[in-house]
Design a protein around this ligand. Structure first.
Ligand code: F6R
Length: 615
C-alpha cells in the first residue's frame, strides 16, 4: 500500500510527481504529500485526503518550482490519516526528506533510542523514525547519504520502498526496497522513481525494477549503480522495456475504471489465451507449464494460495483441477497458510494467484513453500511484479492494468489461465479424450463473445440495482462452480457499496443463513442450467416461502426460476466448468450500479487499497 513517486532531472518535478500520485492513488488515498527543492528551499506540502485535495492546497501554499521532488499517497498503517502523519517526513535538521511505503516493525525501540539522543518527533509514524535514524547515522559516522541509508536500513526490521534526498546535496535521490515494489524509469539525464511504472510511461519505456534488498543512488547525469543493502556488493542493472501505454491507464470515456474494466473482459480474456490455445491443432502452449510439466504431472497435490478475489479464483480452480486433471487441490488464504505451520511436501505444487503480484501475505506464503522445497508457480497480472519474480515459473493473465480497486477482469482472466492449465494437465494425464479437450477449447474461444452478450444485461442490472440499493444486507447463493461466484458477488457488493453481504453455498442456507431471510432481504441466486439446477430451484422455493426477494442469475431461456424470482438476469449457456466466466458478469454490474446510485467512490472505496503490501 501507499504509492511513492520521485523525479530528478532537467524538467519541473512538480507536474510529474503530482500526475504520478494521481496514477498511484489506487495504492492508498487517505492522505498525500509532496516535497520539492527549488535550488534554495525545501518545500513540503501534505494533507489528509486525496491527491486532488493536495493539489488545491499545495498550489496556494508553496511554489512548485524545482527539478527534484518526491511525493506520496498514503494508506495509513502507523498513525491515523491526518496532515502530520502524511508523508513526506523531514528530519530534525530540516535537511533530509523521505517517502516510505511499508512498515518498520522495530520503529519503537529505534524511536526510543533517538529520543534518548535528543531527537524529537511530531508524527506517530515509523517513517519519521527512519528519516531521523538516517540523519543520526549520517552525522555520527560522517558518511554520505547513500551509506547512511544503507547502515540505517540494516538496523531496521520490516518492509520498505523508500526515496530520500538531502536538500544540501540536491543532485541525488537514494532509493531502496525490501518487500514493497520500486521501479526506476531511466531517461536521458533524468530518472523517475515510482511504486509501479505508470507514473512515467509517457517519458520513458526503460525501467529497472529493484529487487528486494537492493538500493540505488540516483544521480543527475550519472549512470545508475545498484547495490545490495546487506553486503554492499554491486548488482548489474537490468533495464526492461515496458509494454504499457497511456491509453491502458486512462478511463477512455467511461465514468469509472471499474466499469471500463468490466467491459474490457471480452478482450482481456482473448488476450489471456492468445498464443496459448491452438484449437485446430488441439494443443495448449504455456511455457511456464511446458518447461515444468513433470512437476505438475507428478504433483502429490496442488496448493493454491491467494487473498480476496484471487482466492475466489483459486476456489474455482479447485473445482476445475479436480474435475479435469484429477489432482487433489487445497485452496488456502495466504495469510493463514503462512502462519499455521502447514505440511508441505517437496512434490507439492503451490500456485500463487495475485493480480498485483505484490500482496504481502501471498508473497510470504510463497517464501514459506519454497523454503520447504515445493515448486511454486505464479499467476499474476502485473508483469515484472515481485510475486512473478519470486516464483519458480508462472503464467501472466495479460488482463492489462486493473486500476479500479474492486477486481473484475483480473478475476475472469485468472480463471481463464487456471482453466487452460487444468485442461492441459488433463490432456497429458489422459483424463480427457482428444475430442473432449477440443470441445473445451472451442467453447473457451466462444467465451469472449458470450461475455459480451452477458454485458448486455447492463441496463437490466441498473433497474435491479435501483430496487435494492437501499438494502442493508444481501445474500448470495450458488452451488458447485457458482459457489465461488457467490462469494465474489458478495465481496464486490460490500467493498464498493458498504452493504453487508454474505456468499454461501446454496445448500448451506438451511444451516443458518435462512434465519436472516425476510421480505427485506435480497437474495442473489446463481441458478444456471446444469450445476445442480434442480437443487438450486428447491433452494429458491425455500427463499420464496420465507418472503425473501429473489434475483436469479439464470441461463437464457430459463423457465423454472423465472416463475419464482422477483427478477431474473440471463446469461448465455456454456459448459458447466466455464460458467463462472459468465455468471460473475451481472453480479459485477449490479454492484457497480448500486455503488454509483449510492454515490460511493467506486474506484477508491474507503479503507481499501489496490495493492496490499502490508500483512
Ligand atoms: C477485491 C480485491 C481484493 C484483492 C486482494 C488480493 O475486489 O481486489 O480482494 O483480490 O487484495 O490482491 P492480489 O490479487 O493483487 O494479490
Amino acid at each position: 500500500m501507499c504509492g511513492i513517486v520521485g523525479y530528478i532531472g532537467y524538467r519541473e518535478a512538480y507536474p510529474i510527481v503530482l500526475q504520478g500520485l494521481q496514477r498511484l492513488e489506487y495504492r492508498g488515498y487517505d492522505s498525500a504529500g509532496i516535497a520539492l527543492y527549488d535550488g534554495s528551499n525545501l518545500k513540503v506540502s501534505k494533507t489528509k485526503g486525496k491527491v486532488e485535495d493536495l493539489k488545491n492546497r499545495l498550489e496556494s501554499e508553496i511554489s512548485t518550482k524545482g527539478s527534484i521532488g518526491i511525493g506520496h499517497t498514503r494508506w495509513a498503517t502507523h498513525g491515523v490519516p491526518n496532515d502530520i502523519n502524511s508523508h513526506p517526513h523531514v528530519s530534525n535538521s530540516g535537511n533530509l526528506v523521505i517517502i516510505h511505503n511499508g512498515i518498520i516493525e522495530n520503529y519503537d525501540p529505534l524511536r526510543q533510542e533517538l529520543l534518548n539522543r535528543g531527537y524529537t518527533f511530531s508524527s506517530d509514524t515509523d517513517t519519521e523514525v527512519l528519516v531521523n535514524l538516517i540523519e543520526d547515522v549520517k552525522t555520527k559516522e560522517n558518511v554520505k547519504l547513500g551509506k547512511a541509508v544503507q547502515i540505517a536500513l540494516n538496523q531496521t526490521i520490516g518492509a520498505y520502498a523508500i526515496a530520500v534526498f538531502d536538500k544540501t546535496k540536491p543532485n541525488e535521490i537514494v532509493v531502496a526496497r525490501l518487500g514493497s515494489p520500486l521501479a526506476i524509469g531511466v531517461g536521458e539525464n533524468e530518472f523517475f522513481i515510482a511504486s509501479d511504472a505508470t507514473p512515467f510511461i509517457e517519458y520513458t519505456n526503460n525501467a529497472i525494477y529493484l529487487e528486494d534488498g537492493e538500493m540505488a543512488v540516483v544521480r543527475n547525469h550519472k549512470k545508475l549503480k545498484i547495490r545490495k543493502i546487506k553486503d554492499d556488493s554491486l548488482v548489474d542493472p537490468y533495464v526492461q522495456e515496458l509494454q504499457l501505454n497511456l491509453e491502458q491507464i486512462e478511463k477512455g470515456g467511461y465514468d469509472h475504471f471499474m466499469i471500463k474494466e468490466i467491459y474490457e473482459q471480452p478482450d482481456a480474456i482473448t488476450d489471456t489465451f492468445r498464443g496459448r490455445m491452438k484449437t485446430k491443432e488441439g494443443i495448449i502452449r504455456m511455457a511456464g507449464i511446458d518447461d515444468n510439466l513433470d512437476k505438475f504431472l507428478n504433483a502429490r497435490r496442488i496448493i493454491i494460495v491467494a487473498c480476496g478475489t484471487s482466492w475466489h479464483a483459486g476456489l474455482v480452480a479447485e473445482y476445475i483441477f479436480e474435475e479435469f486433471a484429477r489432482i487433489p487441490v487445497e485452496v488456502e488464504y495466504a495469510s493463514e497458510f503462512r502462519y499455521r505451520n502447514p505440511v508441505i511436501y517437496e512434490d507439492d505444487v503451490v500456485i500463487a494467484i495475485s493480480q498485483s503480484g505484490e500482496t504481502a501475505d501471498t508473497m510470504a506464503a510463497i517464501k514459506l513453500a519454497k523454503a520447504q522445497g515445493a515448486f511454486v508457480f505464479g499467476v499474476c497480472n502485473v508483469v515484472g511484479s515481485s510475486i512473478s519474480r519470486e516464483t519458480h515459473a508462472g503464467a501472466y493473465t495479460h488482463a492489462g492494468p486493473e486500476i479500479g480497486v474492486a477486481s473484475t477482469k483480473a478475476f475472469t482472466t485468472q480463471i481463464t489461465v487456471l482453466t487452460l492449465i487444468a485442461l492441459k494437465l488433463a490432456k497429458h494425464k489422459g483424463k480427457l479424450s482428444a475430442s473432449e479437450f477440443r470441445t473445451y477449447l472451442q467453447e473457451l474461444e466462444r467465451i469472449p463473445g458470450k461475455v459480451k452478450k452477458a454485458l448486455e444485461s447492463n441496463e437490466q442490472a441498473a433497474i435491479v440495482a435501483k430496487e435494492y440499493k437501499d438494502a442493508t444486507n444481501a445474500l448470495y447463493l450458488g452451488r458447485g462452480y457458482n459457489f465461488p461466484v457467490a462469494l465474489e458477488g458478495a465481496l464486490k457488493l460490500k467493498e464498493i457499496s458498504y452493504i453487508h453481504a454474505e456468499g454461501y453455498p446454496a445448500a448451506e442456507m438451511k444451516h443458518g443463513p435462512i434465519a436472516l431471510i425476510d421480505e427485506q432481504m435480497p437474495v442473489f441466486v446463481i441458478a444456471t442450467k446444469k450445476g445442480h439446477y434442480e437443487k438450486v430451484v428447491s433452494n429458491v422455493e425455500e427463499i420464496k416461502a420465507r418472503s425473501g426477494k429473489i434475483i436469479g442469475i439464470v441461463t437464457e431461456g430459463d423457465v423454472e426460476v423465472r416463475k419464482l424470482a422477483d427478477h431474473v438476469i440471463e446469461i448465455p449457456e456454456t459448459l458447466e466448468p466455464l460458467t463462472p466466466l459468465l455468471s460473475t458478469i451481472p453480479l459485477q454490474l449490479l454492484s457497480y450500479h448500486i455503488a454509483v446510485m449510492l454515490e460511493k467512490n467506486v474506484d477508491q472505496p474507503r479503507n481499501l487499497a489496490k495493492s496490499v503490501t502490508v500483512e
